[in-house]
Design a protein around this ligand. Structure first.
Ligand SMILES: *Cc1c(COP(=O)(O)O)cnc(C)c1O
Length: 360
C-alpha cells in the first residue's frame, strides 16, 4: 500500500484533500482546550480526560474507556492486551494494522496477522470461517478477529450492521475475541444512521479517533470491558502513553463530540460532489464514495497517480497517492464546496494538459 505524501505542506496548497488528518483546530476548539480543567492523568486525576472517557464509553456502549494519544496506540495496546506472541489475528488484507503500522503488531505483541479477502474492505462469515484453523500443536492459536469501520483503503466503505453482527457472532462462537478499529466510526454512524453503540455491540474492544474527521489535534479513545481496559492501562504505561495534563487535548475531543459529528454529513456530501465532478475527467475512473474518501484510478488518463499528485500541487491541490495508479481525495471540515470546485477544475486542467502534451 503506497502512501507517498504529496507536498501538502507547501505554501501553495489551497485545498488540502490529502487526508482528514490535515484539519487544523478551530478557534472555538482551541478555546475549549484553554478552558479545560486539568490534572495528572497517570494518577486518574485529570477531570476532562475522565469526563471524555465516561462519555465515550457511554457513546460506544462499553463499560470503560481509556484516552490515548493516537489511534495507532489504541490498536497496538489492544493487540498487546488480547494476544500473546505466536497468536494469530484475522483481519482484512487491507487493514491498517496489517499495512500501515510499521509491522507494529509483529514487533510489539509478537502476534501474526492473516489477511482475509473480500470486496469493500470487508469479509463475510464464510470467508472468516474458511480462515479458522484446527486447534493443534502445529497451527498458530487464533485469538482475535479485527475489522475496520470505515474501511479506509477500500474507499471509506461502511460495514452494514448485520454483517458486523454476523462476523462477531461467528468469531465469538469460535472462542475468538473481536476488535473494531473505528478510526472513522463516526463517519459510518452519520452515513448509515446506525448508532455507535449498536455498531460496537458485537465487538469486545473498539476505538475511535478524534484526529480524522472530528478535527482535534490529537487523541483517540479505546473502549471495552473494565477488566480489558485495566490491562490496557498497563500497556499504556509501558508504552509511554500515560499522560499528565492531557485534559487540554481531551477538551478538544469533547468539543469535537459536541460540534463536529453531525456535520460529517457535509463532508460526505462534498465527497459525492467531488466524485461526480471527477468522474467527468477524461480517463479517470472514480469510485462512488460512501463517506468522505474518494478513490480513483488514473490508468485511463495516461498518468501515474504520483505524477498527477505532483501536477495538482502546482495548482494548489493536495491529494494522496495510494498505489501506482490509485489516488485518494479526502473531504473534511477544512474543505468547503468552493474547494471541491477548485479541485475539480484543477483535475480537468492537469489531466487535459497531460493529454495535449502526449498528442502534441
Ligand atoms: C488513521 C488510522 C489509524 C491510525 O490512527 P492515528 O491516530 O493516525 O494513529 C488506524 N486505523 C485506520 C483505519 C486509520 O485510518
Amino acid at each position: 500500500m503506497a502512501y507517498a505524501p504529496a507536498r501538502f505542506d507547501d505554501a501553495r496548497i489551497r485545498v488540502n484533500l490529502f487526508s482528514d488528518t490535515q484539519t487544523r483546530p478551530s478557534r472555538a476548539m482551541r478555546e475549549a482546550m484553554l478552558d479545560a480543567p486539568v490534572g495528572d492523568e497517570q494518577h486518574g486525576a485529570d477531570p476532562t480526560i475522565n469526563a471524555l472517557c465516561e462519555r465515550a464509553a457511554d457513546l460506544l456502549g462499553k463499560e470503560a474507556a481509556v484516552f490515548m494519544p493516537t489511534g495507532t496506540m489504541c490498536n497496538q495496546a489492544a493487540m498487546l492486551t488480547w494476544c500473546r506472541p505466536g497468536d494469530e489475528i484475522l483481519a482484512h488484507e487491507s487493514a491498517h494494522i496489517l499495512t500501515s503500522e510499521g509491522g507494529g503488531v509483529a514487533a510489539l505483541s509478537g502476534a501474526q496477522i492473516t489477511g482475509l479477502r473480500g470486496g469493500r474492505g470487508q469479509f463475510d462469515v464464510a470467508t472468516l470461517e474458511a480462515g479458522f484453523r484446527d486447534r493443534s500443536r502445529y497451527e498458530p492459536p487464533q485469538r482475535l478477529v479485527a475489522v475496520e469501520q470505515t474501511a479506509n483503503f477500500a474507499g471509506g466503505t461502511v460495514w452494514p450492521i448485520d454483517a458486523l453482527d454476523a462476523v462477531a457472532a461467528s468469531a465469538h462462537a469460535r472462542g475468538l475475541a473481536t476488535h473494531m478499529d473505528g478510526a472513522r466510526m463516526m463517519n459510518a454512524v452519520i452515513a448509515s444512521g446506525v448508532s455507535a453503540a449498536a455498531m460496537s455491540a458485537g465487538w469486545d474492544s473498539v476505538w475511535l479517533d478524534f484526529t480524522k474527521g472530528l478535527g482535534a489535534p490529537l487523541g483517540a479513545i479505546l473502549a471495552g470491558p473494565q477488566a480489558f481496559i485495566d490491562d490496557v492501562w498497563r500497556w499504556k504505561q509501558r508504552l509511554g502513553g500515560a499522560l499528565r495534563q492531557g485534559g487540554m487535548c481531551a477538551g478538544a475531543c469533547l468539543y469535537a463530540l459536541d460540534h463536529n459529528v453531525e456535520r460529517l454529513s457535509e463532508d460526505h456530501e462534498n465527497a459525492r460532489l467531488l466524485a461526480r465532478g471527477l468522474a467527468g475527467v477524461d480517463g479517470l475512473e472514480v469510485e462512488l464514495p460512501e463517506t468522505n474518501l474518494v478513490y480513483f484510478d488514473t490508468s485511463g488518463t495516461g498518468m501515474e497517480a504520483a505524477a498527477l499528485a505532483d501536477a495538482l500541487v502546482e495548482q494548489g491541490i493536495a491529494i494522496s497517492v495510494m498505489g501506482r495508479h490509485r489516488g485518494r481525495a479526502c473531504t473534511h471540515l477544512d474543505v468547503d464546496r468552493a474547494g471541491v470546485s477548485l479541485a475539480e477544475t484543477a483535475f480537468h486542467r492537469v489531466v487535459g494538459a497531460a493529454a495535449s502534451a502526449r498528442a502534441g
